[in-house]
Design a protein. Structure first.
Length: 75
């Protein structure tokens, strides 16, 4: 943006406007790509198994991984 101000101040308004346009285009593209990446990560998280098959009370069940507690080893 400083380069565009310098360009406009030195009498090259077309060059300054081109620099401003390129910076704005870059910001918009980065925002769009970040937005898409976040949605892709969310979609992948939904696809990844977040449950585990466990045996409780003699029956196999599907439980959320967050609800599981690691077994302690008895030595």
């Amino acid at each position: 943006m400083v380069a565009s101000v310098v360009s406009i101040t030195l009498g090259d308004p077309v060059g300054g406007l081109i620099i401003i346009a390129m910076v704005l285009l870059s910001v918009l593209l980065n925002f769009f790509m970040e937005f898409q990446a976040r949605h892709a990560v969310d979609a992948i998280r939904k696809e990844v198994a977040t449950t585990a098959a466990v045996v409780r009370d003699g029956q196999e069940q599907e439980l959320p991984v967050a609800a599981l507690v690691p077994a302690t080893s008895s030595s």
